[in-house]
Design a protein around this ligand. Structure first.
Ligand SMILES: Cc1cc2nc3c(=O)[nH]c(=O)nc-3n(C[C@H](O)[C@H](O)[C@H](O)COP(=O)(O)O)c2cc1C
Length: 328
């Protein structure tokens, strides 16, 4: 397998503790992405490739290409890990230049590296030499300010990377509104490789808007896919019916069965589900009420009762079926 050659490329975003092997399988059952990214492998001088993440690659159930993502800043360790990862079924190796968690960026990894362009230059050069499959980068547009992208873009252009994903926010912006569409469009114009837009795609209309306004090769979707796994088919036009409350209820049942381990503590199962349900609940018409109730449940039957109370209907499930959800 290789990177998709058709357009648009629809990618499932890497999401730590979310996009593991069972979740990939679930997404594939609902239509699925064209390209899958692993959660990041933490890379440092003492690191070993995390076995559960390797399993996603070795047993990739999606039938679609997968890219292994790394986070770190130590060049020998990154080169070593990239070489090891290429022994597994990957079409590409990705470097994370966007993680906004202070615990990561304070160590000058993920989004923290955006403060040190010379270091990025050196890392990309070393990794380009070490990676014989596709070498890809996922970046934010700057650390403090979007003006930093003027310095970053020439570095990305220099290293013959095969695919660039741009999350159009700065690290300091975290997830606040204001995705810089103009900078994604700039990258799509100036980069010699395909560019994928990322940030706030919650509906097919959002994705089509991105593709028209920025001429990117595709979109990467994170939270929008947790909320609405039909989104990839909706973008493709192969699923034109809206998602009803009952459809969503069915998905939440599937999600529960997929991400929890049977015969484990029920409270732990419910708490695990709450992490996903946060992303689902924010899209519902009575989001505050739903989330308030769901945060208080402590067992499976109470969890599904709240879901049933809000979603046992044949009306559109989400308050924004086709509207823009906050991207600039
Ligand atoms: C729970 C969660 C975990 C994430 N983990 C990663 C990660 O491991 N690697 C990465 O590059 N981005 C990670 N991200 C960022 C997403 O890949 C994506 O860039 C971001 O959510 C914006 O896209 P969206 O608006 O479609 O969600 C994570 C995001 C979330 C919400």
């Amino acid at each position: 397998m290789s990177l998709p050659t058709h357009r648009p490329i629809l990618a499932l975003a890497p999401m730590q503790d979310v996009t593991d092997l069972p979740f990939w399988r679930l997404m594939a059952c609902y239509g699925g992405a064209d390209l899958y990214y692993t959660e990041y492998f933490r890379v440092h001088p003492d690191s070993h490739l995390e076995k559960p993440i390797l399993r996603s690659l070795d047993e990739n159930p999606t039938g679609k290409p997968a890219i292994a993502q790394m986070i770190g800043n130590d060049i020998p360790s990154l080169v070593r890990s990239a070489k090891e990862l290429q022994k597994h079924p990957v079409v590409g190796i990705d470097l994370n230049l966007g993680c906004p968690a202070p615990i990561v960026y304070k160590k000058c990894a993920g989004g923290g590296l955006l403060r040190e362009p010379a270091r990025i230059d050196a890392i990309l050069g070393a990794l380009r030499d070490a990676v014989s499959c596709a070498f890809t980068v996922k970046t934010r547009v700057g650390f403090e300010s979007e003006h930093e992208f003027d310095t970053l873009l020439p570095i990305f252009q220099k290293h013959a990377i095969d695919l660039l994903t741009v999350h159009g926010r700065t690290v300091k912006q975290m997830y606040r509104p204001g995705v810089h569409a103009n900078l994604i469009a700039l990258a799509a114009r100036e980069m010699p490789c395909p560019v994928i837009a990322n940030g706030d795609v919650f509906t097919a209309a959002d994705a089509h808007k991105w593709m028209q306004e920025t001429a990117v090769a595709g979109v990467m979707i994170g939270r929008g896919a947790i909320r609405n796994p039909w989104i990839f088919d909706q973008i493709r036009g192969s699923s034109d019916t809206g998602v009803t409350g009952r459809d969503l209820l069915g998905y939440i049942h599937d999600l529960y069965e997929t991400v929890t381990t049977p015969n484990t503590n029920e409270l732990a199962q419910v708490n695990k589900l709450k992490k996903y349900i946060n992303f689902v609940g924010t899209g519902l018409p009575r989001a505050d009420e739903f989330l308030h109730s769901i945060r208080r449940v402590t067992n499976r039957s109470a969890f599904f009762q709240v879901c049933f109370d809000h979603l046992d209907h044949s009306e559109p499930a989400f308050s924004h079926q086709g509207a823009d959800c906050g991207s600039e």
